[in-house]
Design a protein around this ligand. Structure first.
Ligand SMILES: NC(=O)C1=CN([C@@H]2O[C@H](COP(=O)(O)OP(=O)(O)OC[C@H]3O[C@@H](n4cnc5c(N)ncnc54)[C@H](OP(=O)(O)O)[C@@H]3O)[C@@H](O)[C@H]2O)C=CC1
Ligand SMILES: O=C(O)[C@@H]1CCC=N1
Length: 268
């Protein structure tokens, strides 16, 4: 077995979708292991990949962890100690913690996003020296590179990458929802408002890609004395940019907390 996937939730399934669509791995190369047997079987049926047991981990070349950070200690207790290379997608959990708790010198830390499902993830990567020497970082670059862009990031910036990029998809969704709400408030039918908001984010992203700084697009759209600058002024009044900056900071700090083993309920 090339890869054992532990955790077949939202991210695990997004990765399977992207990887199988691009043919980097075939379903028979991947074994699926999760907590709820019924749910795991459903995922196995959907992708055509086999369900495996804990005993099968000994035969895996790589073990990819996609469980919640709060489950890590328990999972490490039975998934650690194998000869496989370990790859973790867990928010906050450092390579040092991975290596220590899994009892392995081969630990890659990855931070992809749900955009893996459409081949557009931005994935941060870092690794222990042992993983790098064993070729595990190169393997991870190939794996995540097949479902988007990869970035080698120093570990001290990993939580920031998480709070901006992986979490950022949700901020974009909140913006789209709020924009559509604005359209509805001013009289647009909901389906049309939702469609406009979604397509606007796509076209906005493409236009931003053609410019070195986002402010250029903003300036081009803002006609002097026109409608857009009136809208921008209202955003400033609501501290929009400060709120977005604070969101990245809060998410980054939360990553630090999760790495220290604090609970996912928000308790500290
Ligand atoms: N969602 C996202 O956008 C991103 C998430 N991540 C990281 O990916 C990880 C998973 O997130 P996500 O997919 O959203 O979470 P989900 O809750 O959707 O999935 C978690 C999976 O882990 C399984 N699981 C939980 N506990 C255990 C256990 N003790 N033994 C075996 N399997 C277990 C769950 O099984 P069951 O359903 O049966 O409980 C489920 O299949 C997290 O660590 C997160 O930080 C990283 C980047 C992006
Ligand atoms: O919200 C979270 O903790 C995970 C990590 C990044 C995206 N989702």
């Amino acid at each position: 077995m090339k890869l054992a996937l532990i955790g077949t939730g939202k991210l695990g399934c997004a990765l399977l979708t992207g990887l199988f669509q691009r043919g980097v791995l075939a379903p028979q190369d991947v074994g699926l292991l999760s907590r709820d047997a019924h749910k795991t079987c459903q995922v196995a049926g959907r992708f055509g990949a086999p369900v495996i047991g804990r005993g099968d981990l000994a035969g895996a070349e790589y073990i990819l962890l996609c469980v919640q950070p709060g489950a890590f200690q328990e999972v490490a207790g039975w998934a650690g100690g194998h000869s496989a290379g370990y790859i973790s997608t867990l928010a906050g959990v450092t390579t040092g913690t991975l290596s220590r708790c899994l009892g392995s010198e081969r630990a890659v830390r990855a931070m992809p996003s749900l955009a893996a499902t459409i081949g557009r993830s931005q994935t941060a990567l870092t690794a222990t020296p042992g993983a790098e020497a064993a070729g595990d970082l190169a393997f991870a670059q190939g794996l995540f590179g097949a479902v988007g862009d990869t970035y080698r990031i120093p570990e001290h910036l990993f939580d920031t990458f998480t709070g901006m990029s992986a979490s950022g998809l949700a901020y974009a969704a909140v913006f789209a929802e709020a924009l559509a709400d604005g359209g509805v408030r001013m009289g647009l039918p909901r389906p049309l408002a939702n469609e406009l908001a979604q397509k606007l984010l796509v076209s906005g992203g493409e236009l931003l890609a053609e410019r070195p700084h986002p402010a250029m697009l903003k300036d081009e759209v803002c006609s002097p004395g026109g409608t857009t600058i009136a809208g921008i002024r209202a955003l400033e009044g609501g501290n929009f940019r400060r709120s977005v900056i604070d969101a990245v900071e809060a998410a980054t700090r939360r990553g630090h907390e999760l790495g220290r083993g604090e609970r996912e309920t928000g308790d500290s």
